[in-house]
Structure formats: C-alpha cells, structure tokens
Write a protein that binds this ligand. Sequence first.
Ligand code: HEM
Length: 306
Amino acid sequence: MFNRHIGFLDPRGLSSTSEPAVMLESLSGATNAIRKCESGLHLWKFFETPSWKSLVMHCDTIDNILTKYIRKAQDKLREYKNKGLEPKPEDMSLLERFLLSEAVLPEDMQTILLDMMLIGVNTTSHAVAFLLYHLARFPRTQQKLYDEIKTLPAKVDKNMLTSLPYLKACIQESLRLQPPMPILNRILTKDISVHGYKIPKGTYMLIATKLSSLREEHFEDALKFKPERWMHPEIGKEMESMATIPFGHGAKACLAKDLAEVELSLLIYKLLRKFRVEYHYGDIGSTNTLIASPSRALKFRFVDRS
Ligand code: HEM
C-alpha cells in the first residue's frame, strides 16, 4: 500500500511507542471492537456503547497515521510535477496510484485505506495462520509442498509462484476449511425465493458460506485437509463455482483476491524454504464471526532446515 517496509516483524522487537507498534495495537483494538459491535443487538446504533467508543478511538489513531502517509505521497507527487517528471508506475505505491487516479475521490481516500488495512490485515493473517496450521498438522503434505517449492530459484516473481499447482491447492483447501470471513452479508435488492422460502426485498441476509464449504454433498471427506482434491482441473473448476467462496462473489467480492493469493504464496514459499513448521498443541478452531479469529494461540515451531 505504501511501498514501504513497515517493520512489524523486526527481529529486534518493537518499542511500544513506535509507529508499527501503535498501528498493530490499533488494528487489533479496532478489530475486536468491530467483532463486538457486529454481534448481538446493535445497541451502538442508538447510543455510544464502550465497543463503539473503542472502535472510534482506534480508527482515529489509524487515520492519523494514514494522514501522514497520504501527505507524504502528495508531497512526492507534487515534487515530480514541479520538476516536470512523470513517475514510473513501478516506482509508485498503491496509495500514489490512487491519488493519481480519477476513479478515487480524494475525500474517499482515507476510508478506502482504512477499510483495506482492517480487512486486509485480518483476512491475510487468519489465512496464513491456518495454512501454517494445516501444513504443520500434515507433515507429508508439507513435505510434498516443500518438494514443489524447492524446484524454484531463491528469487521468484509472481508468475512463478502462482504457477505452482500444489501450493495453490493447499491455499484453496485451507481457505475452504477456515475462511477468514465465514459469513457474508447482503441487503436484498429484490424479492427472492430460496428452498421454498420467500424472502422480501430489503431483508438483511447473512450467508453462511463456511457451512456450505464443509458440506459432504459438495466435498468428499469435507472436514479433512486434502489439497489433492484441487489438483484435478475439471473437478477444481466445478468445486470452485459456488460451494466454497472464500473471497465472496459478485460485485462486492474481494477487491484484492489476486494480491492476497500472491502474498500468501510468497510468505509460505519463503518460510518453507528455510523452515519446517511444527505444531504440538490441541486443535485450533475458528469463530463464526464476520471476521473470524483462531480459538487459541498459534504456537508454531519453526525448525531450521539448514
Ligand atoms: C486471504 C485473504 C483474503 C480473503 C479470504 C478475503 C475475503 C474477502 C471477502 C469474503 C470479502 C467480502 C466479499 C463479499 O461480500 O462477497 C472481501 C471484501 C473485501 N476485501 Fe478481501 N480478502 C482477503 C484479503 C484482502 C486484502 C489483502 C485486501 C486489501 C489489501 C482486501 C480488501 C477487500 C476489500 C476492500 C473488500 C470490500 C469490497 C467491497 O465491499 O466492495 N482483502 N474480502
């Protein structure tokens, strides 16, 4: 987004007042507040509940950081303009591209960036967590994936990564079992009929997509982690259609599906090349909230391969 290494994984650790630490704390604080606001009665619509106040406070903190980045990006673009230079697309961050594009109104920029951060961070971390968990739980699958990854050079590009069929299958299978957004929502724009139930226009609908992903009628041994099921292109296509839609569907589907798949592939590629991943504790489940979260700590052991 900013074309910048933020430093969340700095091996020296983060000082509690550093920008990455404040950003992380605000992101997790805002996420927890969203979870509370979304569940149960939406009392925050009538008065300022503690969760609502917490959400506003954390979003304000993130907004302040975003404002700084937006100003920096605007300064950079102004400098280019003053010098009569044309910035090369490959040197520009997503934010700078947004600023140049007429598709995004300047007043919407802050909201879009905040949305992207909140959605992007939560979904990607959940997806990575469960992919590591599944690979750690199934050492033979992990070894098979490692054998595939080993065939690539140390420096890879996006096309090389997305051409690895087993890696893609592992990602699809892990997202099927534990989608980061297990429930989608829509407000009906017309009357519909589902299994004989007539549902009128304007109804707020929750769509339990994870339940559909786990149905035996769609997937044999539906509760098992079996990436092999995605290796047959024909079957994969058929299964992918609607039975499992981890990135949603239609006009409101995830805007960053490709980006997310590249991020996941790159991270797993880098980790597995260096480490074998192990997990030695109890089963990890996931909540059925709009933004899911793992039910217990992610205590992975990374064993150096060298
Ligand atoms: C594995 C990672 C991800 C998964 C599984 C995922 C999944 C989803 C899902 C299920 C939706 C709702 C779709 C619907 O209602 O039909 C969504 C929307 C969205 N996602 Fe993602 N997402 C991921 C990563 C990301 C990332 C990294 C970003 C941003 C950098 C992002 C940005 C968005 C945005 C902006 C929307 C809202 C689209 C709209 O309302 O029009 N997502 N995502």
